[in-house]
Design a protein around this ligand. Structure first.
Ligand code: 5RP
Length: 225
């Protein structure tokens, strides 16, 4: 089974995970190739949701192309988004994640924060013991990019690199930090949040996943925090 087939398997498992609850509900939808499979499967599933809160313009376009209604977070009462479904670039045994490979980390973190449950859908290559082999994305205000890169290097010992040519949905830039071994994800998430000019860092540790649907060649492994 190739990686894309595993991503699709994880997406289909998510559909079954939410089937009983999703009818007439508003759901949070993430970004990336795994989520694209989920959106396509949702559209032909027979489940009629009230609408989706999207974490990116790209997912919003895909949802709209399927005729799935889009809602802003303002349109729903706080505490009523039952779940958020998204992929990850890495996930550790404590369900902390690195996200933002698709540069959508800020809106992903916002929608994830609004949801009661985060359902993470991944192929098995994303499961790691220690986060950091995948370079950690950080969204920065463009004017602060060089200064933020300097501060990140000083704080973490890692090597930040500008993802040139990428502008986020919020008009910002991305730095990818390589060379990290993140043994305390919540602490690093908080420390990076203190650097002026960082909008969001791609560590999802303080709000990690609640459910992991991991697609392996042997089948779906479901685990819950
Ligand atoms: C986008 C993300 C994605 O969830 C992450 O990059 C995984 O993507 P894919 O499903 O394509 O492997 O965080 O910002």
């Amino acid at each position: 089974m190739n990686q894309d087939a595993l991503k699709k398997a994880a997406a289909l498992a998510a559909l079954e995970e939410i089937r009983a609850l999703a009818q007439d509900a508003v759901i949070g939808v993430g970004t990336g190739s795994t989520v694209n499979h989920f959106i396509d499967a949702l559209a032909s599933s027979g489940i009629s949701i009230r609408g989706a809160v999207s974490s990116s313009e790209a997912s919003a376009r895909r949802l709209a192309a399927h005729g799935i209604p889009l809602l802003g977070l303002d349109a729903i009462a706080p505490g009523t988004l039952p779940f958020y479904i998204d992929g990850a670039d890495e996930i550790d045994p404590g369900f902390c994640m690195i996200k933002g490979g698709g540069a959508a980390l800020t809106r992903e973190k916002i929608v994830a924060a609004a949801a009661l449950r985060f359902i993470c859908i991944c192929d098995a290559s994303k499961k790691v013991d220690v986060l950091g082999r995948f370079p950690l994305p950080v969204e920065v205000i463009p004017m602060a990019r060089a200064q933020v890169a300097h501060e990140i290097a000083r704080l973490t010992g890692g090597s930040p690199r500008w993802r040139e040519g990428i502008v986020t949905d919020n008009g910002n830039h991305i730095l990818d930090i390589s060379g990290l071994a993140i043994t305390d994800p919540p602490a690093l998430e908080s420390a990076l949040n203190q650097i002026a000019g960082i909008v969001t860092n791609g560590l999802f540790a303080r709000r990690g996943a609640n459910v992991l649907l991991l697609a392996t060649p042997a089948g779906i492994e479901r685990s819950e925090r």
